[in-house]
Design a protein around this ligand. Structure first.
Ligand SMILES: [Zn+2]
Length: 238
């Protein structure tokens, strides 16, 4: 039996939205606008942390943020796809995301998927008693930085994280990587010819594969998808 590792990016891959932007679109559009204005000047994780501070100062409560997370667009076909594949028994699920631990765990619990992933690598976050959601970069800005040259954001190199995971767990015959963003390019070019990338058709990953895939030595099979129902179709063949 083939032993598979399925690696999921979270925003626009597992969830049908971007968690960082969504909660402010629901609760504080003026902060959402400010994020748009500051995106080119402030590192993204730091910008989300700052925005969470500002939301807290405006009186936005933990319960409101949790509610916004629970109603995030999430395709029922994605729930079916991962549930069926998990039940088949030969697949391990690993989440590699630039969102944060609280957003991801809150959403997965709402969907009944809290036991889906064996491991979730993302930015750490925790609720303070005051109701502030405190968020940090995965790679501490005051410590040693990652050495990625492919263009990953300073908070995390997804390629290095995938390589480290496969170093801890070398037993997989095939890796299937689901992602949409430009920061998914670094792990995808590390995949082998027997591996597969399910690339969402809108987003930076598609563009980077078209522009840089060949020169970066992309080896894996790439399948494109737009809606989660197509991921379900592909999962049904794995
Ligand atoms: Zn990288």
């Amino acid at each position: 039996m083939t032993r598979q590792l399925v690696v999921f990016d979270f925003d626009w891959s597992m969830a049908d939205q971007d968690t960082d932007r969504w909660i402010f679109e629901v609760l504080a559009p003026e902060i959402r606008r400010q994020m748009e204005d500051l995106e080119s000047k402030v590192q993204w994780t730091d910008l989300v942390a700052k925005s969470l501070h500002e939301a807290h100062e405006k009186g936005i409560k933990r319960e409101q943020i949790e509610h916004a997370l629970k109603i995030i667009p999430y395709h029922p076909a994605m729930v079916r796809a991962v549930t069926r594949l998990k039940a088949a028994g030969n697949t391990t699920f690993f989440c590699l995301s630039n969102a944060n631990s609280v957003f991801i765990s809150t959403i997965l619990k709402e969907k009944g998927l809290e036991n889906l992933f064996d491991e979730i690598i993302t930015n750490p976050a925790e609720w303070e008693d005051s109701g502030l959601l405190k968020l940090h970069r995965r790679v501490d800005p005051n410590g040693p930085q990652h050495t990625c040259k492919v263009g990953c954001s300073p908070n995390m190199c997804k390629g290095e994280e995938l390589t480290a995971f496969l170093g801890r767990h070398p037993e997989y015959d095939r890796v299937v990587y689901i992602g949409d963003g430009s920061n998914d390019f670094c792990p995808v070019i590390r995949l082998r010819s027997q591996d597969m990338n399910l690339c969402r058709t809108f987003g930076g990953l598609h563009k980077r594969i078209a522009r840089e895939g060949e020169s970066a030595g992309l080896k894996c099979q790439v399948k494109y998808w737009t809606g989660a129902w197509e991921v379900e179709e592909i999962f049904n063949t794995l």
